[in-house]
Design a protein around this ligand. Structure first.
Ligand SMILES: *[C@@H]1O[C@H](CO)[C@@H](O)[C@H](O)[C@H]1NC(C)=O
Ligand SMILES: *[C@@H]1O[C@H](CO)[C@@H](O)[C@H](O)[C@H]1NC(C)=O
Length: 331
């Protein structure tokens, strides 16, 4: 474990401490170490479908006919860096949803904020897809989904999924490669998450929508479906639950706001998006004839509008079965 923590530190170090001139003086984030389950988390549901391994540093969440399972951080955080290495269930996994996300839905029912990684299982021979989303102040009527394929098989090994959330920007990373950046704009107003959130990890039955808009359901013949979580990092400004005041001060609080992508990281993100993104709300002229104000079309947009949206529109015209939103029609 020591060596893998060290490796993670190196990875995170290169993700956060950016080497261009403007950010060279970035204050170091202290305590960027992995936590055991007991140190930072608490079980949400699923009784024995949550199992600890490796002295509590690896968590297995399983889904069977009876129940899924989930855990959450003990604390709420206002900004920070949140990460886990995740290995997804292999073989047939249609309808299975694994989520790694931040939310405050249980504190602010009507005006909640949320940042999501959602992993959508698939039928045998078809790959898992990954979705990210951003909600702020209960903006559930405005979906800001993006979907991607991956350049690896996420069921074969652990891969690191991370969320950076500052006052100014949100960056989603996979294996240290930024895959999405959402920069706060004035026009977004409350739609940029701005209240303390907890970190969650769950597995559940998404039969009604996860795979081809619900056409393929969870098949419990293949249960249990097990998702493994390791290298748990909670590096944020913890908040006092009674008054919601942050206990994060000084350079630590500032550190998140000063994080910028290096030119190399931006290039890597653009490449990823050109190659692997299969859907973005910013390119969806059916849902949003005028794209939401924060949408700045990156280099991926050109090819996307030519091929991706055409594909989307085509499927949308033909498809009748997308339950949750039109996005579910695309794969
Ligand atoms: C780092 O973590 C240790 C142990 O949890 C704590 O005592 C210390 O105050 C932390 N340092 C900072 C700068 O947060
Ligand atoms: C959040 O939503 C509530 C209720 O709709 C509204 O009163 C409040 O002004 C919003 N906050 C922000 C920051 O937009």
């Amino acid at each position: 474990m020591a060596s893998s923590s060290f490796f993670l530190l190196l990875l995170l170090g290169s993700a956060l401490f950016i080497s261009n001139g403007a950010t060279a003086s970035l204050p170091e984030l202290p305590n960027l170490t992995t936590l055991s389950f007991e140190e930072g988390y608490t079980q949400l549901f699923g009784d024995n479908n949550l199992m600890l391994h490796g002295e509590g540093r690896t968590v297995h969440l399983s889904l069977d006919q009876r129940t899924g399972a989930g855990f959450a951080s003990q604390d709420l955080y206002l900004h920070g860096f949140f990460s886990a290495s995740i290995k997804l269930p292999s073989d047939y996994a249609a309808g299975v949803v694994v989520a790694f996300y931040m939310s405050n839905g249980d504190v602010f029912e009507k005006t909640h904020d949320e940042l999501d990684f959602e992993f959508l299982g698939n039928i045998r021979g078809r790959e898992w897809r990954i979705q990210t989303n951003v909600y702020g102040n209960g903006s559930t009527a405005v979906g800001r989904e993006e979907r991607y394929g991956l350049w690896f098989d996420p069921t074969e090994d652990y891969h690191q999924y991370s969320i950076l959330w500052s006052n100014e920007r949100i960056i989603f990373y996979i294996d240290n490669i930024p895959i999405r950046e959402a920069v706060r704009t004035q026009a977004m107003g409350g739609h940029f998450p701005s209240k303390p959130m907890s970190l969650y990890a769950t597995i559940w039955d998404g039969s009604s929508w996860a795979t081809l808009g619900g056409r393929y359901k969870v098949n419990y013949k293949y249960a249990p479906y097990v998702a493994e979580f390791a290298d748990l990092v909670l590096h944020g400004c913890a908040v006092n639950p009674s008054d919601h005041k942050t206990v994060c001060q000084g350079s630590d609080a500032i550190a998140y706001d000063t994080i910028r992508m290096s030119a190399d990281q931006r290039t890597a993100m653009d490449k990823f998006r050109m190659k692997h993104m299969t859907y973005s709300y910013c390119h969806d002229r059916v849902r949003y004839p005028t794209p939401p104000s924060e949408c700045t079309l990156g280099p991926e947009a050109k090819g996307f509008l030519a091929s991706g949206e055409a594909k989307f529109n085509y499927r949308r015209r033909r498809g009748k079965r997308y339950a949750r939103s039109s996005v579910d029609a695309i794969l």
